[in-house]
Design a protein around this ligand. Structure first.
Ligand SMILES: [Zn+2]
Ligand SMILES: [Zn+2]
Length: 869
């Protein structure tokens, strides 16, 4: 192979397309059978199939892929499965939009079919992006949560948890989104500060302040603080609610803040979580004034049918007209919003399905898991204590896993499916046995499961839970974003404990979010969204992946910057040039030659490079073991660019092109080893480029090779120090030439090096000069040859006369000026006048004479280089 046979420019798209086509992806398959390798199972996040594998996904997958590829090379039996978390509202909304229908206009089964078709198409699109980015996914372990093969497990997990008392059905207040018309879990409520009004209203004995006058119909008590003297006389008495007329009791409770509003508050079913607490504590009645669509009910009397906002306006107007409302003040309020649609949530009491939350157990398991970065565990700990009630898992939607439950029409008993009946949709099939009461008439459960019920068993699923294989829980690692710690991470730990009594994974790695080039969160409205395809089309997958590797460390948010992609692309070109150069000199040098090479013929700079190379392997291994992708990749890049290209290759060019066969062989050996090792170290990060590189060394894929190991015998501090000296002397001589405007390959008469124990052949080659290693110390004579006036001093002092002073100085004998300067003052005659100058006013340029020749002298790390021009 000669340089001319390898194109000068790296054609990334050609190379990447070639390997995408050639690769046999079965090399990434996990072996479920007997295997001496330790298992390394990744609990990959199943993305929501929107059809758009966005840049945040892509970054997370880069991290996963770096780890998967690295672990495979380290000898693990790796599973990098890919799942798809299909169910949920966004798909339902999209289907309604595409078909111009609402979900109630078509039969349930028909609607589900439309959702499934849309989802399948979207998965295809996203799969393509993943392949384009070169992720080493194990497609033999792909899972799709809407497929019966997966949701049978979701249903099994429900049945088992129900039978083991982890799941119960109860009427209880829950967070409700009136727009999505479904219950949601605490984890799906987001809080936002909004402006509202605090309304001051006369009741018959006390005045109350409320932000929710529309809930007066659902007022079931009034509360004051027991310490509040203003109201103590009325505690326990009945109070009449204005406009609506119901009589409620005045309760004293220490949770009432006397300073807020009037110090007296309404307890309604339900204005907020505090109402729920009081409602439970005092066993208050339940009045449902708001329905599932967010409309006022019959309980609201004449306001029935109004929306919440309309009702608020009408009630305020009526209170005002009747003289009950006496003041209004602006108030900032923390409002709970539905995370899907930003609608303010209501708290409604409805029969729902709940999973019991054992926060202590979850936190204990979290402590047994290694967190990267460690501080992310705090987010889980902070979350665990904040939920007011258990995890509500029923949803009043359609496209989701059916709850395998029926209700007996005769006695009302719950009939749960037996595991052997699963998968099953209770709306399409009846129970296979009669109720205990003898009845065979059932009402199916129409509620469906929260999608987190599907995705919180991924760790179980990928480790073989309820499959033909043995269970391999825990998985080794869970990579995920910090935005879903309180959902996906929390629920997964909960489910793994409930179903198998084990932690789900050994480690969890949290990645950051991707910010747009402007530093803001990417959003369509800001117009700062970048798709992975834009990057792969304009540059390459390998450039994108490098951005992912160097952009940040785990846990922190990463900004997308085109300039990082551009410099990644430049690095590929630089690597290509290194490769192209190396290959032209490795013609006829193969593995056999490397194997039988005698390392005692290596020169110092060869040993220097091999020592650095082995240190690089050591660093890369340690950093990757700690998931530090940025520092790993930067170390590899620094080695390739600075150590190898800028220095080593320049130093050995002389040998590679020269006649000294032994010296040439040594450089070839080093190049061979280094290029092969580099292709292995680069393989996890830039798999396409690494494969292209490695293909010149072997017919096998680089992605089935072992990670390089450190050869301690090559780590040599002495060789490193001597090599540094050679490198720096060469660098200094090159700098010297360029300062003098000489060509870098211009020959110098001779270099004499004192006080250095090195071999000089490579310096001679790289500087194109004769080099001699000298004994003893050099002797120099310094001859003043030029007086250089210091205008910084002379200018301000002599102003328009400065020119005359300079002229006079230049006319003086430099040796005499130096002698005067040494005595402390210089005297010159300017236009017949003697003028005194301080020594700082001039600089004396001297020539160095050594051995009777004019020379220049460089000092490098204690060595002295005498340059004879
Ligand atoms: Zn909503
Ligand atoms: Zn029955």
């Amino acid at each position: 192979m000669t340089e001319s046979e390898i194109p000068k420019e790296y054609n990334a798209s050609e190379v990447e397309e070639k390997w995408m086509e050639k690769w046999n992806l079965s090399m990434y398959h996990f072996n479920w059978g007997e295997d001496p390798r330790p298992q390394y199972i990744i609990d990959t996040p199943p993305p929501y199939p929107t059809g758009n594998f966005h840049i945040g996904n892509a970054l997370n997958w880069c991290y996963i892929d770096f780890v998967a590829r690295y672990k495979r090379m380290r000898g693990y039996n790796v599973m990098f499965p890919q799942g798809w978390d299909c169910h949920g509202l966004p798909t339902e909304v999209k289907v309604e939009e595409i078909h111009g229908i609402t979900k109630n206009q078509v039969p349930r089964a028909e609607f589900r079919k439309m959702c499934r078709e849309l989802t399948a198409g979207n998965i295809d699109k996203m799969r393509k992006t993943m392949l384009r980015l070169g992720f080493s996914v194990d497609w033999s372990n792909e899972f799709v949560t809407m497929e019966p093969s997966y949701f049978v497990k979701t249903q099994k997990s429900f049945v088992r948890m129900y039978n083991n008392d982890y799941i119960y059905h109860e009427e209880h207040p829950v967070n409700w989104c009136p727009r999505c018309e479904t219950a949601i879990a605490f984890a799906e409520v987001e809080y936002e500060t909004r402006q509202t009004k605090l309304n001051f209203v006369h009741f018959d004995k006390v005045d109350i302040a409320t932000t929710r006058p529309e809930l007066m119909a659902a007022c079931v008590a009034v509360a004051v603080n027991p310490e509040d003297k203003r109201y103590s006389q009325y505690v326990g008495q009945e109070i009449t609610v204005p406009l609506f007329g119901q009589k409620v009791t005045l309760i004293a409770d220490e949770d009432v803040e006397p300073e807020f509003g009037t110090g007296a508050v309404m307890i309604c079913t339900f204005g907020d979580k505090q109402d729920v607490r009081w409602w439970v504590k005092y066993e208050l009645p339940l009045i449902k004034a708001i329905d599932k669509q967010g409309k006022m009910t019959k309980a609201a009397g004449k306001y029935e049918g109004l929306s919440i906002a309309e009702c608020r306006e009408a009630v305020i107007a009526d209170l005002k007209a009747a003289g009950f409302l006496y003041d209004q003040k602006p108030l900032e309020q923390n409002v709970g919003l539905c995370w899907r649609c930003d609608t303010p949530i209501e708290i409604l009491s409805e029969p729902q399905w709940f999973v019991k939350i054992d926060s202590d157990g979850i936190l204990k398991a979290a402590d047994e898991i290694k967190w990267y970065p460690e501080y992310m565990k705090v987010r889980l700990q902070n979350w665990a204590g904040t939920m007011e009630w258990d995890w509500c898992i029923s949803r009043q939607r359609i496209f989701a896993t059916p709850i395998p439950i029926w209700y007996c029409k005769k006695c009302g008993e719950v009939m749960v499916a037996e595991e052997s009946w699963l998968p099953i949709d209770p709306n399409e099939a009846a129970p296979k046995k009669a109720c205990a009461c003898g009845s065979t008439e059932f009402e199916p459960e129409t509620d469906v499961l929260d999608t987190w019920m599907d995705s919180s068993i991924t760790a179980l699923h990928v480790t073989g839970w309820e499959s033909e294989h043995d269970l391999r829980l825990p998985a080794q690692i869970r990579p995920q974003g910090h935005d879903i710690i309180r959902t996906w991470a929390f629920y997964t730990i909960l489910r793994s404990l409930a179903l198998e009594g084990k932690k789900p994974w050994d480690s969890i790695v949290i990645n950051g979010m991707v910010l747009g080039p402007d530093g803001h969160k990417m959003s369509k409205s800001l117009g700062n969204v970048i798709s992975p395809e834009e990057v792969t089309t304009q540059y390459s997958a390998d450039a994108f992946r490098q951005w992912g590797a160097v952009g940040g460390s785990t846990g922190s948010d990463v900004m997308f910057r085109w300039k990082d992609v551009v410099s990644a692309s430049r690095f590929l070109q630089k690597l290509w040039s290194i490769y192209r150069f190396s290959m032209s000199h490795l013609k006829g040098f193969g593995q056999e030659d490397a194997d039988k090479f005698q390392t005692d013929s290596l020169l110092i700079i060869d040993r220097w490079l091999l020592s650095k190379l082995n240190r690089l392997i050591d660093t890369a291994t340690k950093e990757l073991d700690g998931y530090q992708f940025d520092s790993t990749f930067k170390a590899i890049r620094g080695f390739a660019w600075e150590v190898l290209a800028d220095n080593y290759l320049e130093l050995v060019k002389g040998r590679l092109y020269g006649d000294d066969l032994e010296g040439r062989r040594a450089a070839q050996y080093v190049l061979y080893r280094t290029m092969k090792t580099l292709s292995l170290l680069l393989a996890p990060f830039i798999p396409f480029f690494a494969e292209e590189l490695y293909s010149r060394f072997s017919d096998e894929s680089v992605h089935t090779q072992a990670w390089p190991t450190v050869d301690e015998s090559f780590i040599n501090e002495e060789a490193e120090a001597a090599g540094e000296l050679i490198k720096e002397i060469t660098g200094e001589v090159r700098r010297y030439k360029s300062e003098l405007g000489m060509a870098l390959n211009a020959p110098l008469k001779k270099l004499e090096i004192y006080n250095a124990n090195i071999d000089t052949g490579d310096i001679a080659g790289a500087t194109n000069s004769k080099v001699e290693l000298m004994e003893g110390a050099p002797s120099f004579e310094y001859v003043p040859v030029e007086v250089k006036p210091n205008m910084g001093i002379l200018g301000p002092r002599f102003r328009k006369d400065a020119g005359a002073v300079v002229k006079a100085l230049k006319a003086e004998n430099p040796a005499s000026v130096e002698a005067q300067a040494a005595s402390g003052k210089i005297t010159v005659n300017v236009n017949g006048e003697p003028i005194e100058l301080e020594p700082e006013a001039v600089e004396i340029r001297k020539e160095v004479i050594s051995g009777g020749r004019e020379v220049d002298v460089l000092e490098v790390r204690g060595a002295v280089v005498v340059i004879v021009r």
